[in-house]
Design a protein around this ligand. Sequence first.
Ligand SMILES: [Zn+2]
Length: 238
Amino acid sequence: MSDDPQFYMARCFQCEGRTQFVRVYDGADQSGGYGDIAWYIAAECVVCRLLLTGRATQDGAFHVIENNRTLRGKRFEDVPKHIAEAASEAHKSMDAECYRGAVILARAVIESTAKDKGITGGNIASKIERMEKEDLIRPYVREGADEVRVFGNDMAHGDFVQEVGYREVQLALELMDEVLAEVYQGPARVKKARERKAKLSEGGADQPTPGARAGSEVVGRTGRPRSSGFVQSSSPWS
Ligand SMILES: [Zn+2]
């Protein structure tokens, strides 16, 4: 098979887009009838070196076998377990291209966050509003939460008219992540930093660590929403 293609275009799960794969192993012949010449190969992403197996054909097509791949969730440090798991599942759903499921989960995560903070009455819109009123989230995060709510509403209520693409879902999950960062992760980081500071002053901290200023370890909020999802998204398959 020396004149067969060495390079294939396929979607890399790790790079999140179409990249080039280089063949590293020829497996069993998969040729069918009707002149279809094909074989199993293992091929490596030239960008991130992810190794995938699949069926290659002589025209350079590479159909990745996805059975064994692990869907990527996300760890949410300092977020209550039941909410963190649902949020991670939203990311896994996006990775599996189950976009509607991802959006419905993102919306539920936001509602669940409000409930966890004692905001139980009313619909999700009023829960989000109260999160802002109670200073759990700042206005820009509230706007993001509302976007996820509106985006997820149709689907949650059984109206599937809207086209759902990867980029929209990626943005919705970024906004969901932002809500969790605002409500749980930011305050937890500040609390930990305060505890470290308190320990320093207990243990003869009259001698500050060289180069450290009081409070310099506090991880500040950036005060602006991330929008990298829109800018970077260039996946031609979405
Ligand atoms: Zn890759």
